[in-house]
Design a protein. Structure first.
Ligand code: ATP
Length: 350
């Protein structure tokens, strides 16, 4: 009873007048939608929003500007981030954290919302040792690798962009009856690779979840045998999607190795940064908008040190310390379906 009374009294005293926001790490489509919804929600509660530029560099350099409703009136459809993003190595040093704290105090910031990935959340946690304002993270990364949330902002758009590109590559691959190896983003996790691989009906998906460098030779031999089997079955085209940072020497080396061992021309294609750009799709806009509102509401409810997340279609909050503990793994059923059933089509009779 006493605890409830104390919490009630404490919540009555949470007075937030100014929220700072920044976007950090790799940009992701939908970050602008999140900025917009934070400004709208804050305005609803008479809270001012200060946008800091270039990720945490904005805190180091005191580079910021108040964000008004007018500033965010037509940004929901824009890719990238109007606040810019950047890496900021100074945040790893005590001096940088002190500098960031000085800026937050100087600008009378009561709470800080950071939209980014796990690195950006580690930045927030480090900042908590120096600054006593409230902090909340919003998961914004195309990689979808943050533990505790079903989806991160930008993932849906990124996989649709990749899918669109691969559908086009499939046309030319069909016309020339070619083998294509396509490299997808995702740093060290295969969420993009597996989801795109399944959606574009790739003949093979090679990612961290089903590949080990120790078995590189076997993988190469299996791929070569499968390509030959596919050719015998008169497959028009053969697409292998590959996660970035996977094959030593990169995807061009993998295509060369496969050409040598199979005797069939294999072409490498790196999709690269187009996966990070473009107008956010409806799913990312809606997710970002829900999360932006929830971040402001969470702060007003006294949340400090949490990530806004979506689990089973419902918004909740998870301690940042928990989300940075593990990288979210790709669903095992997705990996099994691809490896045990879908990847075997070349060996089946058409
Ligand atoms: P993405 O996965 O999309 O690239 P991210 O947020 O993980 O996003 P990082 O480059 O890992 O991207 O981190 C972004 C920034 O967060 C760093 O440039 C740095 O300023 C800050 N940061 C990262 N790790 C730490 C840490 N351990 N302590 C303090 N700050 C950190």
């Amino acid at each position: 009873m006493l605890i409830i009374a104390i919490l009630l009294i404490k919540s009555l005293f949470i007075m937030i007048k100014r929220i700072g926001i920044l976007t950090s790490g790799g940009d992701a489509p939908g970050m602008n939608a999140a900025i917009r919804s934070i400004v709208l929600a804050a305005s609803h509660f008479d809270i001012e929003v200060i946008g800091f530029y270039h990720g945490y560099n904005g805190l180091i350099d005191d580079n910021c500007k108040p964000l008004t409703l007018r500033d965010v009136s037509s940004i929901i459809q824009l890719g990238g981030t109007i606040l810019k993003s950047a890496r900021c190595p100074q945040m790893l040093q005590p001096q940088g954290l002190k500098q960031a704290t000085t800026t937050l105090l100087k600008n009378k910031i009561d709470a800080l919302i950071v939209i980014g990935g796990d690195g950006s959340f580690k930045g927030l946690l480090s900042l908590q040792d120096h600054w006593h304002g409230q902090v909340i993270g919003i998961p914004g990364t195309i990689d979808n690798d943050l533990d505790g949330t079903d989806y991160t902002i930008g993932f849906s758009t990124a996989i649709n962009t990749a899918l669109d590109a691969i559908d086009k590559i499939r046309d030319t691959a069909d016309a020339f009856e070619r083998v294509f190896l396509i490299e997808l983003m995702g740093r060290h996790s295969g969420h993009i690779t597996f989801n795109v691989g399944i959606a574009c009906a790739a003949e093979q998906v090679i990612s961290f979840e089903n590949f080990s460098p120790d078995n590189a030779k076997e993988t190469l031999e299996k791929l070569a045998a499968d390509i030959h089997a596919a050719k015998k079955q008169h497959h028009h085209s053969y697409i292998i999607v590959v996660a970035e940072n996977l094959w030593q020497g990169g995807i061009t080396k993998l295509a060369d190795d496969l050409t040598t061992i199979s005797g069939i021309d294999c072409t490498a294609c790196v999709l690269g940064y187009i996966q990070r750009g473009g107008s956010p799709d409806a799913k990312d806009r809606i997710l970002a908008t829900k999360m932006g509102v929830a971040a402001v509401q969470g702060l007003l409810d006294g949340k400090d040190g949490f990530m806004v997340c979506e689990q089973n279609n419902s918004i909740s909050y998870l301690p940042l310390t928990l989300t940075i503990k593990h990288t979210k793994t790709v669903s095992e059923s997705l990996v099994r379906a691809q490896d045990n059933i879908l990847a075997l089509t070349a060996k089946q009779n058409f």
